[in-house]
Design a protein around this ligand. Sequence first.
Ligand code: ACO
Length: 321
Amino acid sequence: MIRAVVRGIGSYLPERVMQNAEFANDLGLDTSDEWIRERTGIQQRYIAAHGQTTADLGYEAAKKALAHADCMPADLDLVLVATSTPDLTFPSTATMIQHRLGMSHGAAFDVQAVCSGFLYGIHLASKLIEAGAHKRILLIGAETFSRILDWDDRGTCVLFGDGAGAVVLEAEEGSERGVIHSVIRSDGAHKDMLYVDGGPSATGTVGKLRMLGNAVFKHAVKDIAGIIEQCADEADVAVTDIDWFVPHQANQRILVAVAKRLKLRPEQVVSTVASHANTSAASVPLAMDAAVRDGRIKRGDSVMLEAFGGGFTWGACLLRY
Ligand code: ACO
């Protein structure tokens, strides 16, 4: 049996750090550091420099993942980029990064599932590897959500940041490690709760993010807990036997509520929301990379990744690192 093993991981954050206090002090919004910390757990976020694009962030994360995997771009046969903030409507951000890596072989395309994009990407990549269609896939989650925020809307602009994370997934025959099971879901009925009010075909504009945060919160907790249980059940693994949980980093209160429902120990749940805020499709690989770098997640540990986002979309993936 062929498994998709995480051979390497890397991430990149832009230089500029934006503190919570700047929303009130510099943008004149009716908010405070205290409100943002208390209601979300967010303390700061990283913001891409003027002219720095999603492909730029994704390329930096890709180089780090390739170095960690001890791989060259020549070794890859597919580049996938999970993003909802592509550089251009087309060509895909993936082909731009492919070119930047010096690859004129293989294929590249974008995956769009908003904050669940990385989970959709790992589901797809692992299936392609298991089917024997690809041997080594670079999967990147990269976003510049700062470009689609309404900076006058205190209910959304305080929540998001920019960044990128990447993994190199490799086919390994008979491995104990790698992706064990993954599940993806979507339901378009709730579009009005979380969407961007523009697009090439509907308005000819890029649009700004709109969200009914409170309603999304309730769906997120229920659906994330449900899909983690489904993924573990289908893999015949008890949730309580999993070593690490790497959630989408939207709100610390969502992480805590899900952990409570599933009776997880707080120290098993990797949280980077305080320093990264919500980086959409980049948040899971950014958080996983942080826990790999600081030595928490070790080779052979079991890891549950999960995410929830616009669509609604949601997903979970159990792997052995
Ligand atoms: N500062 C001060 N007050 C604020 C702010 C702010 N930044 N934002 C909202 N408020 C106010 C509201 O206006 C409201 O005031 P009112 O009572 O006078 O009407 C009050 O705070 C409470 O608002 P709620 O929306 O009920 O606050 P809540 O506790 O739900 O927190 C939040 C809001 C942080 C958005 C939360 O609901 C949340 O995290 N939701 C989920 C986000 C998420 O998971 N999104 C999915 C992924 S994102 C993606 O896919 C792109």
